[in-house]
Design a protein around this ligand. Structure first.
Ligand SMILES: C[S@@+](CC[C@H](N)C(=O)[O-])C[C@H]1O[C@@H](n2cnc3c(N)ncnc32)[C@H](O)[C@@H]1O
Length: 327
């Protein structure tokens, strides 16, 4: 993943996007707000706002440490893109770069914005709006009162581990889970690289009979996931393990999976192709994310060679999510 994170919804999703720490980045490595400077860009046009945030994240060096994009005063109001940097670029130069990349003038030049001296995590929790992905609404406790508390409501606090749905990869996986669980009743599911456990929780909510395992190479993430399973009242349905790839006996003892989800980076996904192939039953589904768009073909090639067929490919904000079927 790149250092910064932006989530850009595709059509069906929320129109609000929040700032999040990057993938695999612990709180400790996230700078305090006092160390950050913010550059603000505003536009009335949603598509332009998305293009700007995509360019900031992927095409302009340095990439921001975090990025937020949302409608300043709710739906219908101007879009605000705020990029947080430890050493911000010159706003005038940034404006020029953006205009060159986008091939159009910005409605207003980028400008430096004062940011209050707040703790980063506290700020991100306060600012993160709920994200709707299919029938799931991922929200922090600060939004509990305004999110209808049905089975689709998933409580995840920002900043503890990766996976609040504010990143395009998590969002893409949630959309895939939403779609797949409408037509399939999965029995045996693995969320490999679970982070906060948000994907495992979504499966648990959508398929109440599924037996679900969640794993992560990072023990801290597994702790966070377990806390989230409890907070979302699915702890009795999901078991969580610290494991690199499928390298834990419990992940293999459980037999083979009819749904395996792995939102990790392209490199580990390539290395895991054989193991994953053995772990998925014929006809079972595999959801892969964490790939930049230009890495997707290579991943598809590796997984085709390992016995999968491409079922669906979704691109959101520079990131691709793949749904494959085991032959
Ligand atoms: C991009 S985050 C995804 C988190 C969550 N599943 C989501 O979709 O938001 C990737 C997670 O995979 C974990 N991870 C990375 N490589 C791994 C590996 N080889 N085996 C297991 N977990 C891994 C990281 O620690 C991190 O928590």
């Amino acid at each position: 993943m790149t250092k910064n994170s932006v989530d850009q919804t595709a059509g069906t999703g929320s129109s609000q996007i929040g700032a999040v720490p990057s993938a695999n980045e612990s709180q400790d490595s996230v700078p305090a707000m006092a160390d950050l400077a913010a550059i603000l860009i505003e536009t009335e046009e949603r598509d332009l706002a998305r293009s700007i945030s995509g360019a900031l994240e992927n095409l302009i060096d340095p990439a921001p440490d975090a990025l937020s994009i949302f409608e300043s005063n709710g739906p219908g109001s101007p879009w605000r893109i705020t990029a947080y940097y430890q050493e911000p670029p010159d706003p005038a130069a940034l404006t020029k770069d953006l205009e060159a990349i986008l091939g159009q003038s910005l409605p207003e030049p980028a400008r430096l914005e004062d940011i209050p001296d707040l703790n980063w995590v506290a700020m991100s929790q306060a600012a993160l709006p709920p994200v709707q992905a299919g029938r799931f609404t991922i929200h922090g406790s600060h939004d509990r009162h305004r999110v209808p508390q049905g089975p689709g409501a998933i409580l995840i606090e920002a900043g503890e581990a990766f996976g609040t749905a504010h990143h395009a990869t998590t969002y893409g996986c949630l959309l895939a889970i939403d779609k797949l669980t409408r037509n399939n009743h999965f029995r045996n599911v693995l969320d490999l690289g679970c982070g906060t456990g948000v994907l495992a929780i979504a499966v648990a909510r959508a398929n109440p009979r599924a037996k679900i395992l969640a794993s992560d190479i990072d023990p801290g993430s597994v702790d966070v996931a377990k806390t989230n399973f409890q907070a979302n009242r699915v702890a009795n349905r999901i078991r969580a393990y610290v494991a690199a790839g499928l390298g834990h006996p419990a992940l293999r003892r459980e037999g083979r999976y009819d749904l395996l989800i792995a939102n990790i980076l392209a490199g580990p996904l390539i290395m895991l192709a054989r193991d994953v192939s053995h772990a998925v039953v014929p006809g079972g589904y595999l959801v892969l994310s964490g790939l930049l768009n230009d890495q997707a073909d290579e991943i598809v090639a590796h997984y085709r060679a390992a016995g999968f067929m491409l079922h669906e490919k979704t691109r959101i904000a520079g990131w691709t999510t793949l749904v494959l079927v085991r032959l």
